[in-house]
Design a protein. Structure first.
Length: 232
């Protein structure tokens, strides 16, 4: 009976997704709103990547809110999973088993992959206005490199104070760039606080590359703190 109760919802979900897949048809043209953004972002913002242009200009205030939510998640995880000694007065090291060292394969792979991951993350962040990528994606890649370091060196702890200060500075600078748009451009987080430059060039799209870098640093620091707190 229990198996039937479990299987019935799964079969129902399977039928729903099957019907959606069979009836799916790729749109042959953009909707009016999407078409207007596709034309407006390159013309007004100078950014070939329409998604990044929307996220860091038209929807930048919403993006700032999403990053604030991620910060609250990191703070909550730190509060719940933080060292017990910070609340009870007992040193965190007491009662803990010594972490098992990583294998040579993991350590060797970390030495090779972490520099490549760092370069890839920088590429994604700094080229987000002209190709696929951006601050959120690059920040997640940064966190994946940090995760690999934590697996290779389980005995080491991250400098949470440094990460906290770096994350806060990135957030403050992000807001300051937005405020500057109120005085020298058309509104809050208007990318035209900096010259738009030549369309498609590396230094172009106004303040979008700068905002992308700050966003990548902030997201990378916040996700790294969460990863560190989930360690035993």
């Amino acid at each position: 009976m229990q198996r039937i109760v479990i299987a019935a919802p799964l079969v129902l979900l399977g039928l729903v997704f099957t019907s959606l897949a069979l009836n799916y048809a790729e749109p042959q043209s953009l909707r009016p709103l999407a078409e207007s953004y596709v034309k407006l972002v390159p013309q007004e913002l100078g950014a070939p990547n329409v998604i990044t242009g929307i996220l860091l200009t038209f929807r930048a205030f919403d993006t700032l809110g999403e990053v604030a939510v991620l910060f609250m998640v990191a703070a909550s995880v730190g509060l719940v999973l933080g060292p017990a000694g910070s609340r009870s007065g007992v040193p965190p090291a007491e009662g803990r088993e010594k972490p098992r060292p990583a294998s040579d394969i993991v350590r060797s792979a970390t030495q090779i992959l972490v520099p490549l991951i760092s370069i890839f993350a920088a590429y994604i962040i700094m080229n987000g206005h002209i190709s696929a990528g951006g601050g959120f994606q690059g920040g997640a890649v940064i966190a994946s490199g940090v995760l690999l370091l934590l697996l290779a060196h389980p005995e080491q702890r991250l400098d949470l104070q440094f990460l906290s200060i770096t994350e806060s500075l990135a957030g403050v600078l992000f807001v300051l760039v937005g405020v500057a748009g109120l005085f020298v451009a058309g509104g809050f987080l208007d990318n035209r606080v900096l010259p738009l430059g030549q369309f498609g060039a590396f230094f172009s799209a106004g303040a979008i590359p700068l905002l992308s870098v700050l966003l990548g640093i902030k997201v990378g620091c916040e996700l790294s703190v969460i990863l560190d707190r989930f360690r035993p």
